[in-house]
Design a protein around this ligand. Structure first.
Ligand SMILES: Cc1cc2nc3c(=O)[nH]c(=O)nc-3n(C[C@H](O)[C@H](O)[C@H](O)COP(=O)(O)OP(=O)(O)OC[C@H]3O[C@@H](n4cnc5c(N)ncnc54)[C@H](O)[C@@H]3O)c2cc1C
Length: 401
């Protein structure tokens, strides 16, 4: 009877899991293992680009690639995972229920923006977290010109001054001017509850970020978070009122809620702790990868972040190791000691750092060229060519993007 490796999620981690499992099964010459992947859409959603213009187009088709290497795509959503009987329950796009057995499960359902219980947030805040949400923001900005010329119309508030908040804020002055006219007095304010912009990015790139944002005309309000949002603006913890018709929430991300159904230890963001093979300890046959996993990247105590950089390589490792485990072949421990960041700073350029201390190696237009290559080439799926796919899915090929 044939065995099944079941992957849930078609993001960076799920896609690379499927391709690397297919690679090992092909190399082993096995025809008795099915690789099935369940996700709502047979496209890779390129989430790292959703702060850019045209977010509705930030996706790449996967059907041909999966067909080229024999991955079975099942369009649907998983609702329950039963690790006690190695099954998942889901629904297809017509709402019909299904149950699937697995011999190895790779959970790759990613993450979502966390929206805390702040008054008005659910009704009035935009986001750049998912394609439909970013597209809604873009339409809203285009339509601002139809409103009366007021400070609220001309102001964007970005709530959260982390990686996504900074990238989004840097884009906004030009986007607002394009919508409202070059001479409109546009205002973009980042509200960050910590005392520094980019609190998680550390002091290394901060001077470059501050210079870039200042040059672009972005200002920031630090030390007090947003406490209320309405259609006309935000109020912050110190009572400051900022009039704005466009509030973009970027603060906080949580792992997919499916992680709570795996009986294992999770971190504060809901990620499952995995071992070097990316298996969830104590839950036989279950692997976690990408944004739903927390794995050691090296022997020095560093762990993966919710990032595309880690998700792609975690995917290659999870797929290989789940297949190797099933076939009785050698696993390859996940290891990714090199860590870089490349932060887009809109028309100003970008900043590129290396190491966990984030030492700046490049900035301005030189770094922007690198960012453009990352965002338009390196993170996209390979061509639908079997040999090319297998070469790029080898887990020994750690790519630092
Ligand atoms: C605006 C923005 C900018 C970013 N910039 C960067 C950056 O510059 N550099 C960087 O490294 N990272 C960046 N990231 C983070 C990066 O996008 C994520 O870390 C990456 O997408 C994680 O990949 P993943 O495959 O784990 O999850 P995801 O990309 O979230 O994919 C999850 C997949 O699971 C599917 N799924 C979810 N639930 C279910 C279910 N119940 N059943 C079936 N399928 C399901 C989804 O449809 C999707 O296919 C950015 C993210 C955002 C939003």
């Amino acid at each position: 009877m044939s065995k099944r490796i079941l992957i849930v999620g078609a993001g960076f981690a799920g896609m690379w899991s499927a391709l690397s499992a297919a690679r090992l099964i092909d190399e082993a010459g096995r025809t008795d293992v099915e690789i099935a992947l369940i996700a709502p859409d047979p496209h890779l959603h390129v989430r790292p680009r959703l702060y850019e213009e045209g977010p509705a187009n930030m996706k790449a088709p996967l059907t041909e690639i999966f067909d080229a290497v024999g991955v079975k795509f099942i369009q649907g959503t998983v609702g329950q995972i039963h690790t006690d009987r190695s099954e998942v329950d889901g629904h297809d796009m017509q709402g019909r229920a299904f149950t699937m057995h697995y011999d190895r499960l790779i959970l790759a359902t990613g993450s979502k923006l966390f929206r805390p219980e702040i008054a008005g947030l659910a009704d009035h805040a935009f986001s750049v977290d998912q394609i439909d949400e970013a597209a809604e923001l873009e339409t809203h900005i285009r339509n601002l010109a139809q409103r009366p010329d007021t400070p609220a119309r001309n102001t964007v508030v970005v709530a959260g001054g982390g990686f996504t908040g900074i990238e989004t804020a840097a884009e906004m002055p030009a986007r607002l001017r394009a919508a409202l006219g070059e001479n409109t007095p546009v205002r973009v304010v980042v509200v960050e509850r910590n005392d520094a912009i980019g609190p998680d990015l550390g002091p290394g790139p901060r001077p470059v970020i501050e210079t870039a944002l200042s040059d672009l005309g972005v200002t920031w309000h630090l030390g007090h978070g947003v406490t209320a949002i309405d259609a006309q603006g935000v109020t912050t913890a110190d009572g400051t009122r900022i009039e704005s018709n466009t509030v973009i929430w970027t603060a906080g991300v949580r792992a997919s809620a499916l992680t709570a159904q795996i009986p294992a230890q999770r971190d504060a963001a809901g990620r499952l702790f995995v071992n070097a093979n990316l298996a969830v300890e104590g839950v036989p046959g279950v692997y976690a990868t990408g944004d739903v996993a927390s794995a050691a990247t090296d022997d020095e105590g560093n762990r993966t972040l919710m990032s595309c950089q880690h998700a792609m390589n975690l995917g290659r490792s999870a797929g290989h190791n789940a297949a190797a485990d099933l076939l009785g072949l050698e696993t390859i421990a996940y290891s990714q000691p090199k860590y870089v960041t490349c932060l887009d700073l809109g028309p100003w350029g970008a900043v590129y750092t290396e190491g966990w201390e984030r030492e700046v190696k490049m900035s301005g237009m030189e770094a922007k060229q690198l960012k453009t290559r990352i965002n338009t080439e390196w993170i996209y799926p390979p061509r639908a060519d079997r040999a090319e796919v297998f070469a790029s899915a080898d887990p020994r090929r750690i790519v630092v993007a």
